[in-house]
Design a protein around this ligand. Structure first.
Ligand SMILES: Cc1cc2nc3c(=O)[nH]c(=O)nc-3n(C[C@H](O)[C@H](O)[C@H](O)COP(=O)(O)OP(=O)(O)OC[C@H]3O[C@@H](n4cnc5c(N)ncnc54)[C@H](O)[C@@H]3O)c2cc1C
Length: 392
């Protein structure tokens, strides 16, 4: 097999990259470890920044998003039994976020790729990348019962945090920055209409809780748990009890309950590698960086990376100049670090820290929350980061 860009991974980064390259008249092949049904069902992020929504429209996959996406103009912060609204759109000149599940974005991008005749090798086994420091990189893969070698000009490593691309780079060539948090999120999808129109981020002495949604009939809710908790330690009744306690208001408000359709625990880390490139291998999305989900940024950041990468590749093929490709890593890392800071800041403000013997951390968090909710300047800082900063 031969293509211009071999893309490892059919998550938001890989699929969007293929769609953007197609728009520039460039060929790609996507190599994905799982089958189509699995990746179209995988429940993950669900908050799209304005820039992500605009890009999905620009590449021709915005039709269902426009129909089914839930546009939000604010979020709630809740602490000390009271709820405060951050008016995101008012504070950012009318920008908004859209709630639309990551698996829906993935479905739309896969459908568009296949309609356009693009190739996605699902259920690819033993994927490995070779000659990445030469001008003839290769991807080897077992697919449909045969071994294949894909010749290409460039490899895009869009294979997530646990993929094969980043570990193929010599360790000495990468600087790794990492922070692992002493808590995790237990997330559920429940057949219950969300009890508020907008997301609620709650800071509570029992731990963080978040009420989100996927549709007018489906709620997505999270509670902070211990990083080593197992899912069987969390029977449904315990989850609802914690959600009721942590999301309760002094006036008796409580979240709507319903059958739990899915539940899982996600550990939380901040992670960055620098540079996001080695020779002809370019890393994008979770393969290069991970953020804790509190800022709702992982998928948005993955899509922002491949936008830069697609423009740089298009310029290289068109002009033969390597300037934009050479700047790829530094350009992306400016945004990555802004979002790393925002995600860490939201996480530090909203979670319970067990290692806080005299309550010092707790008092700082309360003070920060009161400031964000009481000062227009502080609320604007949150709002413009949450909705997505265009120029970082
Ligand atoms: C379990 C989980 C839950 C999350 N929940 C939230 C959330 O609630 N809110 C939020 O804002 N963000 C969440 N995120 C973050 C967000 O979903 C990610 O940032 C986003 O998926 C990044 O997109 P990506 O395309 O870079 O990587 P991914 O979506 O991880 O896609 C990588 C793709 O590569 C494939 N792959 C991996 N290895 C190989 C290989 N060797 N060969 C071929 N293919 C391979 C994978 O199957 C996958 O399809 C979550 C992430 C995870 C992992």
């Amino acid at each position: 097999m031969r293509t211009q860009v071999a893309i490892v991974g059919a998550g938001p980064a890989g699929l969007m990259l293929a769609q953007l390259l197609h728009g520039y008249g460039l060929e790609s092949i996507i190599i994905e470890r799982h089958d189509r049904a699995y990746i179209e069902r995988r429940l993950r992020a669900g908050v799209l920044e304005q820039g992500t929504v605009d890009l999905l429209h620009a590449v021709g996959v915005g039709e269902r998003l426009a129909r089914e996406g839930l546009v939000h103009h604010g979020i709630y912060l809740q602490f000390e039994g009271r709820r405060h609204r951050i008016a995101i759109s008012e504070l950012t000149g009318g920008r908004a976020i859209t709630v639309y599940g990551q698996q829906e974005v993935v479905k739309d991008l896969i459908a568009a790729r296949l309609v356009a005749g693009g190739q996605i090798c699902f259920e690819a086994g033993d994927v490995s990348v070779h000659n990445i420091d030469t001008a003839q990189p290769r991807v080897r893969v077992r697919w449909q019962g045969a071994e294949h070698e894909i010749e290409c000009d460039v490899i895009a490593g869009c294979d997530g945090f646990h993929g094969v691309c980043r570990p193929s780079i010599p360790t000495a060539a990468l600087r790794v920055y990492q922070k692992v948090y002493p808590f995790a999120w237990l997330g559920i999808l429940a057949a219950a209409p969300p009890a508020t129109h907008e997301l609620i981020y709650a800071y509570h002495e029992r731990g963080f809780a978040l009420q989100s949604m996927r549709s007018p009939e489906l709620s997505r809710l999270y509670v902070q748990c211990a990083p080593d908790d197992q899912i069987d330690q969390w029977p449904d009744e315990r989850i609802w009890r914690e959600l009721r306690d942590r999301l309760a208001l002094d006036d008796g408000w409580a979240p709507a309950e319903g059958p739990i359709l899915e539940k899982s625990i996600t550990t939380m880390r901040s992670f960055v590698v620098d540079p996001m490139r080695y020779g002809r291998l370019f890393l994008a999305g979770d393969a290069a960086h991970v953020v804790p989900p509190t800022g709702a940024k992982g998928m948005n950041l993955a899509i922002a990376d491949v936008r830069v990468l697609a423009e740089a590749l298009a310029d290289w093929y068109r002009s033969g100049q390597t300037g934009l490709l050479d700047a790829y890593s530094a350009t992306c890392l400016r945004r990555v670090w802004r979002i790393q800071h925002f995600s860490w800041w939201m996480t530090a403000m909203l979670h319970r820290f067990d290692d806080d013997p005299d309550g010092f951390q707790h008092q700082l968090q309360l003070s920060q929350l009161r400031y964000v909710c009481g000062s227009q300047a502080a609320a604007t800082t949150l709002a413009e980061n949450y909705v997505g900063i265009e120029q970082v």
